[in-house]
Ligand binder design. Structure first.
Ligand code: IPD
Ligand code: CA
Length: 275
């Protein structure tokens, strides 16, 4: 491909972007499966706290994804969890978590994912989340719906109608810093008696896909980074969920997701719980 002419903002073909994201995800999934040793995966280093771990495979996965995406679209920006960002000129930016659920990956718990989103200044236009262990893949294109693909078939997703708040199964997660965890534990302590139960699956991208897929009734978490939720949020929205923050768009302060019929009540509840 010529690198002389950056594509204009209007040139983004969402189907082509999704196909490219799938190629990058396939490469990363293959790399992660091949390089994961049996048992525990060695930790390479820690980041924000001793519990915030990175393996050499997280880093290799990000390099592989970046190479595939930018080889085909060299003028795009790239934001990944593990390495420096690339500022692009095309108006499109890839937002990538090379392994979401790294702690699960280290311990061999089969809930870790490759998460890839493409976004412009107006928001995400493509999202793809792949569960590395199972191979199940969730995808979405803005305005065109969300799908779940496994080895048998591909189905379009619609968020099921919500139960009463008291019967909701709610996914959540915890950050890596001690003070944030103390705060989150108190808020979850207020929430738990008011709902069916809590699930801490360990990968925010999979939590959001579970809301899209009916595997959770709702999701709440504070302290997420864009690579944790960019793809999953689009998938949940395209399946019909409301994904919001405290004042509108989801952000580091708060990400919640639920069926639209429960969105207002759920937001009020999590705020009352101290999230
Ligand atoms: C983490 C996971 C986890 C969430 C944390 C994230 P990582 O991402 O998504 O479920 O609770 O807030 O940081 O570190 O495994 O990529
Ligand atoms: Ca990660």
């Amino acid at each position: 491909m010529s690198t002389a002419e950056p594509p204009s903002d209007s040139s983004h073909d969402a189907q082509a972007l999704l196909a490219l994201a799938r190629r990058a995800s396939d490469v990363a999934v293959e790399l992660i499966r091949q390089r994961r040793p049996p048992g525990r995966v060695p930790v390479q280093r820690t980041k924000s706290s001793p519990t915030d771990v990175v393996t050499a495979i997280d880093q290799a996965s990000e390099r592989a994804i970046r190479a595939v995406l930018l080889a085909e679209r060299p003028h795009d920006g790239f934001v990944g969890e593990e390495d420096d960002s690339v500022v692009g000129t095309s108006g499109l930016e890839w937002v990538v978590d090379p392994i979401d659920g790294t702690v699960n990956f280290v311990y061999g718990i089969p809930a870790y994912a490759v998460s890839i989103a493409a976004r412009t200044t107006t928001g995400s236009i493509v999202g793809l989340v792949t569960n590395v262990a199972s191979g199940v893949q969730w995808s979405a294109i803005a305005g065109q719906g969300a799908w779940r693909r496994d080895s048998v078939d591909e189905i379009r997703l619609t968020v099921p109608p919500p139960p009463e708040i008291s019967e909701m199964l709610v996914g959540t997660g915890f950050g890596y810093r001690r003070t944030r965890r103390e705060h989150q534990a108190i808020a979850v302590g207020h929430l738990l008696p008011q709902i069916r139960d809590i699930r801490r699956i360990g990968a925010a991208s999979l939590d959001l896909c579970a809301v899209a897929d009916g595997g959770l009734d709702a999701y709440v978490e504070q302290g997420l980074s864009p690579w944790d939720y960019a793809a999953g949020a689009l998938i949940a929205v395209e399946a019909g969920a409301v994904v919001q923050g405290l004042y509108g768009q989801p952000d580091e302060r708060l990400v919640i997701a639920s069926h639209p019929a429960a969105a207002r009540e759920f937001l009020e509840l999590v705020v009352a719980c101290g999230f």
